[in-house]
Design a protein around this ligand. Structure first.
Ligand SMILES: Cc1cc2nc3c(=O)[nH]c(=O)nc-3n(C[C@H](O)[C@H](O)[C@H](O)COP(=O)(O)OP(=O)(O)OC[C@H]3O[C@@H](n4cnc5c(N)ncnc54)[C@H](O)[C@@H]3O)c2cc1C
Length: 427
């Protein structure tokens, strides 16, 4: 089994509907480049693409298949902003810094859309909005605050609160008490977006390698990334391994925590628009979030349920279907055609962890909101290589603390915390 396969990826809806992609060779022997990127998901691909466009020679080493990490498995939901909402950003960082961060997030969205258009990436893009559905009546109060903060502090006028009735007119789900509609959101086919970025990187001159797992990185003078069959010597390096980082860089591993999350896709539905109107992307306000949208061929793609144990559920389909039927009992007879999962890397603060050890940069930990942000991160990393580190420093300033217990003990301690919040949702 390949490095980033597993958890049903081979049987995912995304692999079944992937655009043709010419696989990349393995690394053989020594190579030189200005920049070596480790990891072929959105972060690595955007970093590689931006560096190449600045005139650097770039080699990208992917341990398994390009796009088969979180980037090719996710819900495809394009949610403007950070994992923490506008009001929380203001509370944590103050108005001026919160505004700066929010503007960066809006730039991430614009860069993503611009890339898709410029490289003509066929990824079923729908940009009609993202709706957060209120799972409890009490959620409407923070949603109002959020909409006010977005308009008042961020000068962002695209979000508004919907009544229960207005929400139900858009989403035929049980237990929906209202919502926050952000017209700036949307969704896409995540794997085809990644593969399109990889093709764009290849056209920009990036040397892509697959089945090229980096087993050691030396960043003493320049950066050397070694695989079992070769090495790349470079001036700069980028670690973009997210939840699959494992032991490669122990200095940062304790800042992120991999949490497994699972999805299913139904058969194509007769009247999919009866479930979700306007091709909206939807997630709910639960701590263990349910998220769903329609695919281009009229399926419901539904994600829900997390597990804090390393072992996947024996039956992913049955595990997620339970959550889906709680919201959409009308789908009881619908066949489930696909079921798969992936690892989300979360941080203590739910803000990403971005930084550098000398000439070795790293970026990971988008905490479940990493479809849009990497377009910005890749650009900012390339800026920093070229000597303009101002925006890099802003992102590096978000650095989350280590999980209590570090890489060794974070899991058991965190499981307790997560179970508590998940339980609170149910009570
Ligand atoms: C199930 C799921 C649902 C999600 N849903 C959403 C959503 O709807 N909206 C949203 O905004 N975000 C979502 N996310 C989050 C989002 O997918 C991620 O934040 C994003 O894809 C991270 O991209 P990345 O490039 O940093 O990591 P990845 O895509 O995981 O890429 C990292 C790559 O590094 C490679 N790698 C690791 N170690 C090595 C090594 N030693 N040598 C070489 N290569 C290596 C891996 O094989 C992998 O391909 C979801 C995530 C998951 C798992």
């Amino acid at each position: 089994m390949g490095f980033n396969s597993g958890l049903g990826m081979e049987r995912s809806y995304y692999v079944a509907t992937a655009n043709p992609f010419a696989s990349a060779p393995q690394l053989e022997g020594e190579a030189r480049a200005d920049v070596v990127v480790i990891g072929g998901g959105y972060t690595g691909l955007h970093a590689a693409l931006n560096a190449a466009e600045r005139g650097y020679s770039v080699a990208l080493l992917e341990a398994g298949r390009i796009g088969w990490g979180a980037s090719g498995r996710n819900g495809g939901q394009m949610i403007p902003g950070w994992r923490k909402g506008a009001a929380e950003l203001v509370a944590r960082y103050g108005k001026a810094q919160a505004r700066r961060l929010f503007d960066l997030a809006l730039e991430a969205r614009a860069l993503t859309l611009e890339r898709i258009a410029r490289h003509d990436i066929r990824c079923d893009l729908r940009s009609n909005g993202h709706l957060t559905a209120a799972a409890k009546p009490g959620d409407l109060s923070w949603m109002r605050t959020e909409a006010e903060t977005l308009a008042g502090v961020m000068d962002y006028q695209q979000a508004r609160v919907l009544s229960a009735e207005e929400t139900r007119a858009r989403v035929a789900a049980q237990g929906v008490h209202g919502g926050l509609l952000d017209a700036g959101g949307g969704h896409l086919h995540p794997l085809n977006y990644a593969l399109g970025l990889a093709d764009a990187a290849r056209s920009a001159g990036v040397a892509l390698y697959e089945n090229a797992r980096v087993v050691g990185v030396d960043a003493q003078r320049g950066v050397i990334a070694r695989t079992e069959t070769g090495a790349v010597k470079a001036r700069y390096g980028v670690l973009a391994c997210d939840a699959l980082l494992h032991g490669l860089e122990p200095r940062i591993a304790g800042r992120i925590m991999p949490v497994a999350n699972y999805l299913i896709a139904t058969e194509p539905l007769q009247r999919p628009q009866d479930l979700i109107a306007d091709q909206l992307a939807v997630s709910d306000s639960r701590f263990v979030v349910n998220y769903f949208r329609l695919s281009a061929d009229g399926r419901l793609v539904f994600g829900g349920g997390e597990r804090y144990t390393p072992a996947p559920p024996a039956d992913i389909e049955a595990f997620v279907r339970r959550h889906m039927l709680r919201l959409f009992p009308q789908l009881r007879a619908a066949r489930i055609d696909y079921a798969w999962g992936g690892l989300v890397s979360i941080t203590m603060t739910r803000m990403p962890h971005i930084g550098r050890f000398g000439d070795l940069f790293y970026a990971h930990g988008y905490s479940g909101q990493g479809v849009l942000t990497p377009a910005l991160v890749g650009k900012v990393l390339a800026e920093a290589m070229a000597g303009a580190a101002e925006r890099f420093d802003v992102l590096a300033g978000l650095a989350p603390p280590e999980f209590p217990g570090g890489a060794a003990l974070r899991a058991p301690l965190h499981v307790l915390g997560m179970l508590w919040y998940a339980l609170r949702d149910r009570l």
